[in-house]
Design a binder for this molecule. Structure first.
Ligand code: MN
Length: 133
């Protein structure tokens, strides 16, 4: 079990991410913009952050870079979420300090694999059926 902060402005994507994480026993925190997400990260110290790249106001890569520069949040792994599976976005995510990268739409196997890779002790159990929106 891990405490995962989801920073995502799209309600459908947020709902799916929460569902997928709850299905394997993770606890979720949520924020719909970068500024709120950064405040939650500092205050609640999640084990992992799922960061939408495209957010209103400050974008997710800028927020990631700031979180990684802040001693209070620098240790928290961040997985970037982007709508487009673009090589350029992956490279930009790495440059900003993201620890992982997932292209939306979220697929349960890809999400769980990314989380397991960063938090092996969290040990979620994926559901057998495919799930995609
Ligand atoms: Mn977005």
């Amino acid at each position: 079990m891990a405490r995962v902060l989801i920073i995502e402005d799209n309600p459908a994507n947020m709902k799916l991410a929460v569902l997928l994480l709850h299905n394997v026993g993770h606890v979720t925190l949520s924020a719909v913009d970068a500024e709120t997400g950064m405040a939650v990260a500092r205050t609640d110290q999640p084990d992992l952050i799922l960061m939408d790249i495209q957010l209103p106001g400050m974008d997710g890569l800028t927020a990631t870079a700031l979180l990684k520069q802040d001693a209070i949040t620098a240790h928290i792994p961040i997985i970037a979420l982007t709508a487009l599976a673009m090589k350029a976005d992956q490279e930009k995510s790495q440059t900003a300090g993201c620890d992982g990268y997932i292209a939306k739409p979220l697929r349960y196997a890809e999400l769980y694999a990314a989380i397991n890779g960063l938090l092996p002790e969290s040990n979620p159990t994926p559901l057998p059926q495919s799930s995609q929106i």
